[in-house]
Design a protein around this ligand. Structure first.
Ligand code: GLU
Length: 309
């Protein structure tokens, strides 16, 4: 089977270094396997979309020579496919309407849970909505048995969805489809064979595998990358000073990204052309260098990177 990988950014700001690291890893996996690399813009959640950032992301990828092989998919144009998937799940009694409001659910939250802990949905609407009046969200009826998979870098993972998060939302009360459903429908539509993304999304994978089973869709392999942090250990994100990637220093930046990925490019290549760098990177590509690594540490001077385990 031909390898098909993808990069699926949400256009909520310009591309930052952490995303460039993920894109580069996924691109090299595809190129090394002589497969295809696709781009999907996850502009599903229009209220969170920042105008201009989808363009900026595309221009940045192009500037770095990260070229995709097929037309871009925009999630904002895929509502019909998500509707069909939802309808299939409803027909199979795998999805049900839920009238619970966020504040009702928060009131049930145990006081010992910390803010970032996800509330397990207690199934209040499982046998019919609590309130006759909408608006309704649509929840996915999770399986009782654990979902297990082997992550290519992080090893074996198992999660019992029923015990941990419960039936989760696949279409929100405000009418937007949830990331979990959209990503599953789109990975299948694009024939993705391996999903490469940041470790912050690892806990979503069992939900996505459960949805694939329910929708009779194939499960790709998964590879979750260690988080990229600044020197103080904070995750690089759009909200930190991590900032957007400089399109004018592509060669040295790509060299730096390859160093962060522990590919050890020779110092002489710091001034090489992008083409030479990509050729070197594909030839020497070693994804296993990141096994057992917890954090990829980026230092601001943009010359040295180091990873910790
Ligand atoms: N759109 C998601 C993000 O930018 C990534 C989704 C994925 O790779 O599955 O965080």
């Amino acid at each position: 089977m031909t390898y098909r990988g993808r990069f699926a950014p949400s256009p909520t700001g310009p591309l930052h270094l952490g995303s460039l690291v993920a894109a580069t890893f996924s691109y090299l996996q595809a190129r090394k396997a002589q497969g295809q690399w696709l781009l999907r813009i996850e502009d599903l959640d229009l209220p969170r979309t920042v105008p201009g950032s989808a363009d900026h992301i595309q221009r940045t990828l192009e500037a770095f020579g990260l070229t995709w092989d097929e037309p871009i998919i925009f999630q904002s144009q895929r509502t019909e496919a998500y509707e069909q998937a939802l309808q299939f799940l409803i027909d199979q009694q795998q999805s049900y309407p839920c009238s619970c409001t966020r504040s009702e659910l928060q009131a049930l939250q145990r006081s010992d849970l910390r803010d970032h802990d996800e509330l397990r949905y207690p199934g209040l609407c499982r046998h019919g909505p609590m309130h006759a009046q909408g608006p309704f969200a649509w929840r996915f009826r999770v399986p009782a048995q654990p979902i297990c998979f082997t992550d290519a870098l992080q090893g074996m993972q198992c999660l019992n969805l029923a015990d941990s998060i419960g039936d989760f939302v696949i279409k929100r009360r405000d009418g937007w489809f949830a990331y979990q459903l959209a990503v599953v429908v789109d990975d299948a539509a694009q024939g993705i064979t391996e999903v490469v993304r940041g470790i912050d999304l690892l806990s979503n994978t069992p939900r996505q595998i459960a949805l694939q089973h329910a929708l009779h869709l194939p499960t790709p392999t998964y590879l979750h990358l260690p988080v990229v942090t600044d020197a103080t250990g904070h995750k690089l994100s759009k909200s930190t000073a991590a900032t957007s990637v400089d399109n004018t220093r592509t060669g040295p930046t790509l060299w730096h990204v390859l160093s962060l990925l522990l590919q050890c490019p020779p110092p002489a290549l710091q001034t090489a052309t992008l083409n030479t760098l990509w050729q070197w990177a594909i030839e020497h590509w070693n994804p296993n260098a990141l096994r057992q690594i917890r954090q990829i540490v980026h230092r601001d001077d943009n010359t040295e990177g180091k990873s910790t385990n």
